[in-house]
Write a new protein. Structure first.
Length: 499
Protein backbone atom coordinates (compact mmCIF):
# COMPACT_ATOMS: atom_id res chain seq x y z
CA UNK A 1 0.00 0.00 0.00
CA UNK A 2 1.41 3.33 -1.01
CA UNK A 3 1.83 5.87 1.81
CA UNK A 4 -0.32 8.97 1.72
CA UNK A 5 1.61 12.09 0.63
CA UNK A 6 2.34 14.50 3.42
CA UNK A 7 1.01 18.06 3.48
CA UNK A 8 4.55 19.32 3.08
CA UNK A 9 5.16 17.27 -0.07
CA UNK A 10 1.83 18.33 -1.57
CA UNK A 11 2.64 21.99 -0.86
CA UNK A 12 6.03 21.59 -2.51
CA UNK A 13 4.47 19.98 -5.58
CA UNK A 14 2.20 22.95 -6.21
CA UNK A 15 4.76 25.58 -5.34
CA UNK A 16 4.89 28.36 -7.89
CA UNK A 17 8.00 28.46 -10.06
CA UNK A 18 10.74 30.78 -8.92
CA UNK A 19 10.83 34.23 -10.56
CA UNK A 20 13.03 34.54 -13.62
CA UNK A 21 16.26 36.42 -12.92
CA UNK A 22 17.46 38.47 -15.91
CA UNK A 23 21.09 38.06 -14.81
CA UNK A 24 20.79 34.30 -15.37
CA UNK A 25 19.55 34.58 -18.97
CA UNK A 26 20.58 38.01 -20.26
CA UNK A 27 24.27 38.72 -20.87
CA UNK A 28 23.87 42.50 -20.72
CA UNK A 29 21.90 42.32 -17.46
CA UNK A 30 24.54 40.01 -15.98
CA UNK A 31 27.33 42.38 -17.01
CA UNK A 32 25.48 45.40 -15.66
CA UNK A 33 24.87 43.68 -12.33
CA UNK A 34 28.61 43.78 -11.67
CA UNK A 35 28.09 47.38 -10.58
CA UNK A 36 26.17 46.09 -7.55
CA UNK A 37 28.16 42.93 -6.86
CA UNK A 38 27.26 40.64 -9.73
CA UNK A 39 24.39 38.20 -10.36
CA UNK A 40 22.65 36.56 -7.42
CA UNK A 41 24.07 33.15 -6.55
CA UNK A 42 22.26 29.83 -6.55
CA UNK A 43 21.73 29.91 -2.80
CA UNK A 44 20.63 33.52 -2.50
CA UNK A 45 17.58 33.97 -0.26
CA UNK A 46 15.22 35.70 -2.63
CA UNK A 47 11.81 36.92 -1.52
CA UNK A 48 12.68 36.80 2.19
CA UNK A 49 13.31 40.52 2.65
CA UNK A 50 11.19 43.67 2.74
CA UNK A 51 13.02 44.59 -0.48
CA UNK A 52 10.69 42.83 -2.88
CA UNK A 53 11.12 43.40 -6.63
CA UNK A 54 8.07 45.67 -6.77
CA UNK A 55 9.33 47.91 -3.97
CA UNK A 56 12.86 48.05 -5.31
CA UNK A 57 11.73 48.91 -8.82
CA UNK A 58 9.23 51.53 -7.62
CA UNK A 59 11.95 53.25 -5.59
CA UNK A 60 14.41 53.10 -8.49
CA UNK A 61 11.77 54.60 -10.79
CA UNK A 62 11.13 57.43 -8.34
CA UNK A 63 14.88 58.01 -8.02
CA UNK A 64 15.33 58.20 -11.80
CA UNK A 65 12.32 60.51 -12.03
CA UNK A 66 13.98 62.77 -9.46
CA UNK A 67 17.15 62.81 -11.55
CA UNK A 68 15.00 63.90 -14.46
CA UNK A 69 13.76 66.80 -12.34
CA UNK A 70 17.34 67.76 -11.56
CA UNK A 71 18.10 67.76 -15.29
CA UNK A 72 15.43 70.48 -15.65
CA UNK A 73 17.07 72.68 -13.01
CA UNK A 74 18.70 75.15 -15.46
CA UNK A 75 15.28 75.91 -16.90
CA UNK A 76 13.55 76.06 -13.53
CA UNK A 77 16.06 78.65 -12.38
CA UNK A 78 15.62 80.91 -15.36
CA UNK A 79 15.85 79.41 -18.84
CA UNK A 80 12.06 79.04 -19.09
CA UNK A 81 11.71 82.74 -18.45
CA UNK A 82 14.78 84.52 -19.87
CA UNK A 83 16.13 83.92 -23.38
CA UNK A 84 14.36 81.97 -26.07
CA UNK A 85 17.11 79.51 -26.89
CA UNK A 86 18.69 78.79 -23.49
CA UNK A 87 15.96 76.26 -22.58
CA UNK A 88 16.95 74.37 -25.74
CA UNK A 89 20.72 74.55 -25.32
CA UNK A 90 20.24 73.11 -21.82
CA UNK A 91 17.79 70.49 -23.18
CA UNK A 92 15.40 71.22 -20.33
CA UNK A 93 12.30 72.49 -22.14
CA UNK A 94 8.82 71.69 -20.75
CA UNK A 95 5.36 72.67 -21.99
CA UNK A 96 4.01 72.75 -18.45
CA UNK A 97 5.17 76.16 -17.16
CA UNK A 98 4.52 77.87 -20.50
CA UNK A 99 0.94 76.63 -20.75
CA UNK A 100 0.07 77.79 -17.24
CA UNK A 101 -0.21 81.28 -18.66
CA UNK A 102 -0.67 80.39 -22.31
CA UNK A 103 -3.84 78.37 -21.66
CA UNK A 104 -5.43 80.75 -19.19
CA UNK A 105 -4.89 78.90 -15.91
CA UNK A 106 -3.22 81.93 -14.38
CA UNK A 107 -6.39 83.93 -15.09
CA UNK A 108 -8.73 81.28 -13.71
CA UNK A 109 -10.24 80.41 -17.10
CA UNK A 110 -12.14 77.10 -17.20
CA UNK A 111 -10.75 74.68 -19.82
CA UNK A 112 -13.06 73.99 -22.78
CA UNK A 113 -15.71 76.43 -21.52
CA UNK A 114 -13.83 79.72 -21.63
CA UNK A 115 -12.23 81.07 -24.79
CA UNK A 116 -8.53 81.80 -24.66
CA UNK A 117 -6.84 84.96 -25.88
CA UNK A 118 -4.52 84.46 -28.81
CA UNK A 119 -4.45 82.02 -31.71
CA UNK A 120 -5.55 78.94 -29.72
CA UNK A 121 -9.20 79.52 -28.87
CA UNK A 122 -9.58 76.56 -26.51
CA UNK A 123 -7.40 74.06 -24.67
CA UNK A 124 -6.15 71.54 -27.24
CA UNK A 125 -5.87 68.52 -24.93
CA UNK A 126 -8.27 65.63 -24.25
CA UNK A 127 -10.67 66.11 -21.35
CA UNK A 128 -9.00 63.98 -18.67
CA UNK A 129 -5.64 65.64 -19.30
CA UNK A 130 -7.41 69.01 -19.04
CA UNK A 131 -8.79 67.92 -15.68
CA UNK A 132 -5.27 67.13 -14.44
CA UNK A 133 -4.03 70.51 -15.66
CA UNK A 134 -6.92 72.27 -13.92
CA UNK A 135 -6.41 70.43 -10.62
CA UNK A 136 -2.74 71.39 -10.67
CA UNK A 137 -3.73 75.03 -11.17
CA UNK A 138 -5.95 74.84 -8.07
CA UNK A 139 -2.93 73.70 -6.05
CA UNK A 140 -0.74 76.51 -7.41
CA UNK A 141 -0.51 79.74 -5.35
CA UNK A 142 -2.39 82.54 -7.04
CA UNK A 143 -0.12 85.26 -5.72
CA UNK A 144 3.44 86.31 -6.45
CA UNK A 145 5.16 86.91 -9.77
CA UNK A 146 4.21 84.95 -12.86
CA UNK A 147 7.60 83.23 -12.73
CA UNK A 148 6.93 82.12 -9.16
CA UNK A 149 3.49 80.77 -10.10
CA UNK A 150 4.79 78.91 -13.15
CA UNK A 151 7.55 77.33 -11.08
CA UNK A 152 4.96 76.18 -8.56
CA UNK A 153 2.69 74.90 -11.32
CA UNK A 154 5.50 72.82 -12.78
CA UNK A 155 6.41 71.38 -9.36
CA UNK A 156 2.80 70.47 -8.58
CA UNK A 157 2.46 68.74 -11.92
CA UNK A 158 5.81 67.03 -11.42
CA UNK A 159 4.55 65.61 -8.11
CA UNK A 160 1.45 64.17 -9.75
CA UNK A 161 3.44 62.82 -12.68
CA UNK A 162 5.87 61.16 -10.25
CA UNK A 163 2.91 59.22 -8.84
CA UNK A 164 2.05 58.18 -12.39
CA UNK A 165 5.64 57.03 -12.95
CA UNK A 166 5.51 54.88 -9.80
CA UNK A 167 2.18 53.40 -10.89
CA UNK A 168 3.64 52.53 -14.29
CA UNK A 169 6.66 50.82 -12.74
CA UNK A 170 4.52 48.80 -10.33
CA UNK A 171 1.99 47.76 -12.97
CA UNK A 172 4.64 46.66 -15.48
CA UNK A 173 6.49 44.76 -12.75
CA UNK A 174 3.35 42.89 -11.69
CA UNK A 175 2.01 42.16 -15.18
CA UNK A 176 4.52 39.38 -15.84
CA UNK A 177 4.43 37.72 -12.44
CA UNK A 178 7.35 35.39 -13.13
CA UNK A 179 9.51 38.18 -14.54
CA UNK A 180 9.24 41.01 -12.01
CA UNK A 181 12.82 42.21 -12.51
CA UNK A 182 12.03 43.19 -16.09
CA UNK A 183 10.48 46.25 -14.46
CA UNK A 184 14.00 47.59 -13.94
CA UNK A 185 14.08 48.31 -17.67
CA UNK A 186 11.37 50.92 -17.30
CA UNK A 187 12.75 52.23 -14.01
CA UNK A 188 16.20 52.80 -15.51
CA UNK A 189 15.12 53.90 -19.00
CA UNK A 190 17.00 57.18 -19.64
CA UNK A 191 14.49 58.49 -22.20
CA UNK A 192 11.72 57.93 -19.66
CA UNK A 193 13.42 60.12 -17.05
CA UNK A 194 14.37 62.82 -19.56
CA UNK A 195 10.90 63.24 -21.07
CA UNK A 196 8.63 62.55 -18.07
CA UNK A 197 7.86 66.20 -17.29
CA UNK A 198 7.80 67.68 -20.79
CA UNK A 199 4.03 67.22 -20.96
CA UNK A 200 1.20 65.33 -19.28
CA UNK A 201 1.51 62.04 -21.22
CA UNK A 202 2.34 59.99 -18.11
CA UNK A 203 -1.31 60.12 -17.01
CA UNK A 204 -2.45 58.17 -20.07
CA UNK A 205 0.60 55.88 -19.87
CA UNK A 206 -0.17 55.03 -16.23
CA UNK A 207 -3.82 54.25 -16.98
CA UNK A 208 -2.76 52.09 -19.93
CA UNK A 209 -0.23 50.19 -17.81
CA UNK A 210 -2.91 49.60 -15.17
CA UNK A 211 -5.28 48.39 -17.90
CA UNK A 212 -2.66 45.92 -19.15
CA UNK A 213 -2.25 44.62 -15.61
CA UNK A 214 -6.00 44.12 -15.25
CA UNK A 215 -6.20 42.24 -18.54
CA UNK A 216 -3.36 39.96 -17.43
CA UNK A 217 -5.44 39.10 -14.34
CA UNK A 218 -8.48 38.23 -16.45
CA UNK A 219 -10.45 41.31 -15.40
CA UNK A 220 -11.87 42.36 -18.74
CA UNK A 221 -14.23 45.03 -17.43
CA UNK A 222 -11.56 46.75 -15.34
CA UNK A 223 -9.26 46.65 -18.35
CA UNK A 224 -11.89 48.31 -20.50
CA UNK A 225 -12.70 51.02 -17.97
CA UNK A 226 -9.04 51.91 -17.46
CA UNK A 227 -8.35 51.89 -21.19
CA UNK A 228 -11.35 54.15 -21.76
CA UNK A 229 -10.03 56.57 -19.15
CA UNK A 230 -6.58 56.42 -20.76
CA UNK A 231 -8.13 57.29 -24.12
CA UNK A 232 -9.90 60.20 -22.44
CA UNK A 233 -6.43 61.46 -21.46
CA UNK A 234 -4.61 60.74 -24.75
CA UNK A 235 -5.83 59.26 -28.01
CA UNK A 236 -3.31 56.46 -28.56
CA UNK A 237 -4.54 53.88 -25.96
CA UNK A 238 -7.65 53.03 -27.99
CA UNK A 239 -5.32 51.49 -30.58
CA UNK A 240 -4.82 48.51 -28.27
CA UNK A 241 -8.41 47.43 -28.90
CA UNK A 242 -7.55 46.62 -32.53
CA UNK A 243 -4.98 43.84 -32.02
CA UNK A 244 -6.93 42.60 -29.00
CA UNK A 245 -9.94 42.11 -31.29
CA UNK A 246 -7.93 39.89 -33.64
CA UNK A 247 -6.41 37.95 -30.74
CA UNK A 248 -9.84 37.29 -29.27
CA UNK A 249 -11.07 36.30 -32.73
CA UNK A 250 -8.30 33.71 -33.02
CA UNK A 251 -8.99 32.40 -29.51
CA UNK A 252 -12.79 32.72 -29.66
CA UNK A 253 -12.94 35.03 -26.62
CA UNK A 254 -15.76 37.25 -27.91
CA UNK A 255 -17.55 37.72 -24.60
CA UNK A 256 -14.42 38.97 -22.86
CA UNK A 257 -13.67 41.33 -25.73
CA UNK A 258 -17.21 42.65 -25.72
CA UNK A 259 -16.96 43.32 -21.98
CA UNK A 260 -13.67 45.20 -22.45
CA UNK A 261 -15.01 47.21 -25.37
CA UNK A 262 -18.18 48.12 -23.49
CA UNK A 263 -16.23 49.18 -20.41
CA UNK A 264 -13.90 51.34 -22.52
CA UNK A 265 -16.79 53.02 -24.34
CA UNK A 266 -18.73 53.77 -21.14
CA UNK A 267 -15.68 55.14 -19.30
CA UNK A 268 -14.75 57.38 -22.25
CA UNK A 269 -18.32 58.65 -22.55
CA UNK A 270 -18.65 59.37 -18.83
CA UNK A 271 -15.62 61.65 -19.01
CA UNK A 272 -16.38 63.29 -22.34
CA UNK A 273 -20.15 63.62 -22.65
CA UNK A 274 -20.62 66.37 -20.00
CA UNK A 275 -18.05 68.59 -21.70
CA UNK A 276 -19.29 67.59 -25.15
CA UNK A 277 -22.86 68.63 -24.29
CA UNK A 278 -22.11 71.96 -22.63
CA UNK A 279 -18.90 73.07 -24.38
CA UNK A 280 -18.76 71.29 -27.72
CA UNK A 281 -16.47 73.81 -29.41
CA UNK A 282 -13.94 73.53 -26.60
CA UNK A 283 -14.27 69.75 -26.41
CA UNK A 284 -13.74 69.29 -30.14
CA UNK A 285 -10.65 71.51 -30.26
CA UNK A 286 -8.31 68.58 -29.61
CA UNK A 287 -9.69 66.70 -32.62
CA UNK A 288 -9.84 69.67 -35.00
CA UNK A 289 -6.35 70.77 -33.96
CA UNK A 290 -5.01 67.27 -34.64
CA UNK A 291 -6.47 67.38 -38.14
CA UNK A 292 -5.46 70.95 -38.97
CA UNK A 293 -1.95 70.73 -37.52
CA UNK A 294 0.68 70.70 -40.23
CA UNK A 295 3.68 68.43 -40.58
CA UNK A 296 5.78 68.89 -37.48
CA UNK A 297 8.85 67.77 -35.57
CA UNK A 298 10.20 64.24 -35.53
CA UNK A 299 8.35 62.67 -38.46
CA UNK A 300 9.64 61.45 -41.79
CA UNK A 301 6.99 63.72 -43.28
CA UNK A 302 9.03 66.68 -42.04
CA UNK A 303 12.12 65.40 -43.84
CA UNK A 304 10.10 65.12 -47.05
CA UNK A 305 8.58 68.59 -46.61
CA UNK A 306 11.89 70.33 -45.87
CA UNK A 307 13.55 68.70 -48.88
CA UNK A 308 10.76 69.43 -51.33
CA UNK A 309 10.06 72.51 -53.41
CA UNK A 310 6.36 71.66 -53.37
CA UNK A 311 5.54 70.05 -50.00
CA UNK A 312 2.38 68.01 -49.59
CA UNK A 313 -0.66 69.76 -48.14
CA UNK A 314 -1.85 68.96 -44.65
CA UNK A 315 -4.94 67.21 -46.03
CA UNK A 316 -2.80 65.00 -48.28
CA UNK A 317 -0.48 64.10 -45.41
CA UNK A 318 -3.46 63.29 -43.18
CA UNK A 319 -4.85 60.94 -45.81
CA UNK A 320 -1.51 59.33 -46.57
CA UNK A 321 -0.68 58.86 -42.88
CA UNK A 322 -4.08 57.26 -42.29
CA UNK A 323 -3.62 54.89 -45.22
CA UNK A 324 -0.16 53.91 -43.99
CA UNK A 325 -1.58 53.27 -40.53
CA UNK A 326 -4.37 51.15 -41.97
CA UNK A 327 -1.82 49.20 -43.98
CA UNK A 328 0.27 48.57 -40.86
CA UNK A 329 -2.86 47.51 -38.97
CA UNK A 330 -3.72 45.04 -41.73
CA UNK A 331 -0.23 43.57 -41.64
CA UNK A 332 -0.44 43.17 -37.85
CA UNK A 333 -3.85 41.50 -38.17
CA UNK A 334 -2.49 39.08 -40.77
CA UNK A 335 0.46 38.38 -38.51
CA UNK A 336 -1.89 37.51 -35.64
CA UNK A 337 -3.91 35.06 -37.72
CA UNK A 338 -1.00 33.50 -39.63
CA UNK A 339 1.68 33.25 -36.91
CA UNK A 340 2.67 29.68 -35.94
CA UNK A 341 1.61 30.50 -32.40
CA UNK A 342 -0.81 33.16 -31.22
CA UNK A 343 1.26 36.30 -30.47
CA UNK A 344 1.34 37.76 -27.01
CA UNK A 345 -0.92 40.74 -26.34
CA UNK A 346 1.97 42.96 -25.23
CA UNK A 347 3.85 42.27 -28.48
CA UNK A 348 0.92 43.47 -30.57
CA UNK A 349 0.22 46.44 -28.29
CA UNK A 350 3.79 47.60 -28.85
CA UNK A 351 3.60 47.07 -32.61
CA UNK A 352 0.36 48.97 -33.12
CA UNK A 353 1.48 51.99 -31.07
CA UNK A 354 4.89 51.95 -32.77
CA UNK A 355 3.15 51.90 -36.15
CA UNK A 356 1.16 54.98 -35.16
CA UNK A 357 4.31 56.78 -34.04
CA UNK A 358 6.21 55.88 -37.20
CA UNK A 359 3.46 56.96 -39.59
CA UNK A 360 2.19 60.03 -37.74
CA UNK A 361 2.92 63.55 -39.00
CA UNK A 362 4.43 64.62 -35.68
CA UNK A 363 6.64 63.00 -33.05
CA UNK A 364 7.10 65.00 -29.88
CA UNK A 365 9.99 63.71 -27.73
CA UNK A 366 7.65 62.70 -24.87
CA UNK A 367 5.83 60.24 -27.15
CA UNK A 368 8.56 57.74 -26.29
CA UNK A 369 6.74 57.37 -22.96
CA UNK A 370 3.90 55.63 -24.78
CA UNK A 371 6.22 52.87 -25.93
CA UNK A 372 8.50 52.27 -22.94
CA UNK A 373 6.12 50.11 -20.84
CA UNK A 374 4.91 48.21 -23.89
CA UNK A 375 8.50 47.61 -25.05
CA UNK A 376 9.41 46.16 -21.66
CA UNK A 377 6.49 43.73 -21.82
CA UNK A 378 6.98 42.93 -25.51
CA UNK A 379 10.75 42.45 -25.66
CA UNK A 380 12.43 42.34 -22.22
CA UNK A 381 15.91 42.02 -23.66
CA UNK A 382 18.41 44.48 -22.23
CA UNK A 383 20.60 44.78 -25.33
CA UNK A 384 17.75 45.60 -27.69
CA UNK A 385 16.03 47.87 -25.19
CA UNK A 386 19.21 49.88 -24.57
CA UNK A 387 19.93 50.20 -28.31
CA UNK A 388 16.46 51.68 -28.77
CA UNK A 389 16.85 53.93 -25.74
CA UNK A 390 20.17 55.24 -27.08
CA UNK A 391 18.41 56.21 -30.31
CA UNK A 392 15.67 58.00 -28.35
CA UNK A 393 18.16 59.88 -26.18
CA UNK A 394 19.92 60.97 -29.37
CA UNK A 395 16.61 62.29 -30.68
CA UNK A 396 15.86 64.01 -27.36
CA UNK A 397 19.13 65.93 -27.59
CA UNK A 398 18.81 66.48 -31.32
CA UNK A 399 15.44 68.20 -31.30
CA UNK A 400 16.52 70.70 -28.64
CA UNK A 401 19.76 71.42 -30.46
CA UNK A 402 17.77 71.96 -33.65
CA UNK A 403 15.41 74.37 -31.88
CA UNK A 404 18.43 76.14 -30.40
CA UNK A 405 19.77 76.55 -33.94
CA UNK A 406 16.49 77.97 -35.27
CA UNK A 407 16.02 80.40 -32.35
CA UNK A 408 19.59 81.68 -31.98
CA UNK A 409 19.50 84.00 -34.98
CA UNK A 410 22.77 84.62 -36.75
CA UNK A 411 24.70 82.86 -33.98
CA UNK A 412 23.42 79.48 -35.29
CA UNK A 413 24.06 77.65 -32.04
CA UNK A 414 22.98 74.05 -32.26
CA UNK A 415 22.11 71.52 -34.92
CA UNK A 416 21.30 72.61 -38.49
CA UNK A 417 18.41 71.19 -40.48
CA UNK A 418 20.39 68.44 -42.20
CA UNK A 419 21.74 67.26 -38.88
CA UNK A 420 18.25 67.20 -37.42
CA UNK A 421 17.09 65.02 -40.31
CA UNK A 422 19.77 62.49 -39.42
CA UNK A 423 18.59 62.51 -35.81
CA UNK A 424 15.02 61.84 -36.96
CA UNK A 425 16.40 58.94 -38.97
CA UNK A 426 18.12 57.55 -35.88
CA UNK A 427 14.83 57.67 -33.97
CA UNK A 428 12.94 55.96 -36.81
CA UNK A 429 15.57 53.25 -37.25
CA UNK A 430 15.74 52.56 -33.52
CA UNK A 431 11.99 52.08 -33.31
CA UNK A 432 11.96 49.95 -36.46
CA UNK A 433 14.76 47.80 -35.04
CA UNK A 434 12.74 46.99 -31.95
CA UNK A 435 9.68 46.29 -34.11
CA UNK A 436 11.70 43.83 -36.21
CA UNK A 437 12.88 42.01 -33.08
CA UNK A 438 9.32 41.73 -31.79
CA UNK A 439 8.07 40.40 -35.13
CA UNK A 440 10.91 37.88 -35.17
CA UNK A 441 9.83 36.69 -31.71
CA UNK A 442 6.28 36.27 -33.02
CA UNK A 443 7.38 34.21 -36.03
CA UNK A 444 9.96 32.26 -34.01
CA UNK A 445 8.40 31.85 -30.54
CA UNK A 446 11.38 29.95 -29.17
CA UNK A 447 13.36 33.21 -29.47
CA UNK A 448 10.88 35.15 -27.36
CA UNK A 449 12.52 35.83 -23.96
CA UNK A 450 9.14 35.59 -22.21
CA UNK A 451 8.30 32.20 -23.71
CA UNK A 452 11.64 30.50 -23.24
CA UNK A 453 10.51 28.95 -19.96
CA UNK A 454 7.59 27.25 -21.72
CA UNK A 455 4.88 29.74 -20.79
CA UNK A 456 2.35 31.19 -23.18
CA UNK A 457 1.19 34.78 -22.62
CA UNK A 458 1.53 36.05 -19.03
CA UNK A 459 -0.02 39.38 -20.01
CA UNK A 460 -2.77 37.69 -22.03
CA UNK A 461 -5.29 37.05 -19.26
CA UNK A 462 -8.02 34.85 -20.75
CA UNK A 463 -5.81 34.35 -23.81
CA UNK A 464 -3.02 32.74 -21.77
CA UNK A 465 -2.98 29.07 -22.72
CA UNK A 466 -6.29 29.29 -24.60
CA UNK A 467 -6.85 27.06 -27.62
CA UNK A 468 -7.16 28.60 -31.06
CA UNK A 469 -10.49 28.42 -32.86
CA UNK A 470 -9.53 30.30 -36.02
CA UNK A 471 -6.20 30.53 -37.81
CA UNK A 472 -5.23 31.03 -41.41
CA UNK A 473 -4.15 27.95 -43.33
CA UNK A 474 -0.64 29.41 -43.59
CA UNK A 475 -0.09 29.20 -39.83
CA UNK A 476 2.93 26.97 -40.13
CA UNK A 477 0.80 23.95 -40.93
CA UNK A 478 0.34 23.37 -37.19
CA UNK A 479 -2.93 21.60 -36.35
CA UNK A 480 -2.41 21.41 -32.60
CA UNK A 481 -3.66 25.01 -32.33
CA UNK A 482 -7.13 24.02 -33.46
CA UNK A 483 -7.90 21.15 -31.12
CA UNK A 484 -6.44 19.33 -28.16
CA UNK A 485 -4.09 20.56 -25.46
CA UNK A 486 -1.48 23.10 -26.37
CA UNK A 487 2.13 21.99 -25.99
CA UNK A 488 4.20 24.50 -24.05
CA UNK A 489 7.18 25.79 -25.98
CA UNK A 490 10.61 25.19 -24.57
CA UNK A 491 9.60 22.23 -22.39
CA UNK A 492 7.81 19.80 -24.68
CA UNK A 493 5.14 19.21 -22.03
CA UNK A 494 1.44 19.94 -21.82
CA UNK A 495 0.01 22.50 -19.42
CA UNK A 496 -0.76 20.96 -16.07
CA UNK A 497 1.59 17.97 -16.52
CA UNK A 498 3.98 17.19 -13.71
CA UNK A 499 7.57 18.25 -13.88
Amino acid sequence: MCPMPSAESMQASVRKPDPVRPTSEDEVAAAGSELIGGPAGRHALLGTSWWTPVRVIALVAIGMFALGLVQKAPCYNGAWFFGASSQYTHACYSDIPHLYQGRGFVDGLVPYFDKLPGDMEYLEYPVLTGVLMEVASWLTPGSGSIQYQEQWYWMVNAGMLMVCAAVIAVCVTRTHARRPWDGLLIALAPAFALTATINWDLLAVALTAAAMLMWSRGRSLAFGVLLGLATAAKLYPFLLLGPLLVLCWRAGKWREYGTALGGAAVAWLVVNVPVMLFAFDGWSKFYTFSQERGVDFGSFWLILAQNSDDPLSTETVNTAAMLLMLLCSGVIAALVLAAPRRPRFAQLAFLIVAAFILTNKVYSPQYVLWLVPLAVLARPKWRDFLIWQACEVAYFLGIWMYLAYTTSGDAHKGLPTDGYHWVIGVHLLGTLYLCVMVVRDILLPDRDPVRRDGGDDPSGGVLDGAEDVFVLSTAGGRKDHLAGPQVEWGTGREPGSSL
